[in-house]
Design a protein around this ligand. Sequence first.
Ligand code: FES
Ligand code: FES
Length: 161
Amino acid sequence: MKQLIELNINGRNYEVAVNPRDLLIDVIRKKIGLTGTKKGCGEGDCGACTVLIDGKPELSCIKLAIACQGQKITTIEGLAQEDGSLHPLQQSFVDHGAVQCGFCTPGMIMSSKALLDRNPNPSPQEIKHELSGNICRCTGYKKIIEAVEAAAKVWSQEGVK
Ligand code: FES
Ligand code: FES
């Protein structure tokens, strides 16, 4: 039986009717229409579905939507700047060739954002560790690490949010 719940996503409240077993990824993509978050494995193994919940990276494919009421959810769509320009992390991924097919990119960027929010000046090892749950089939990871390192420089200089 469906239940009406309220989810706060990217600072906006959405009322949606869900079944108790509906997963956050499916609600975000299919009911709310925010398709930036990707569903890869659907089993908690690839990181493509990563969103931030109260600032922490979480796998939305293994999270019940109903359990996310009262929490602040951030998806890739929530990162653009007020003037509509790309977030420095997004721009850095573009600038460093860290995007190929792009399927892993939203998850990579959300995990990276959680890291830089916590530690604006991470070492390459810390970046690798943070992104260890995010799988990329295309880039070989080197450019992704470089993109996060470069974004971190902007972050610490400009105090990006
Ligand atoms: S789709 Fe969620 S971890 Fe792969
Ligand atoms: S860019 Fe294709 S999976 Fe990462």
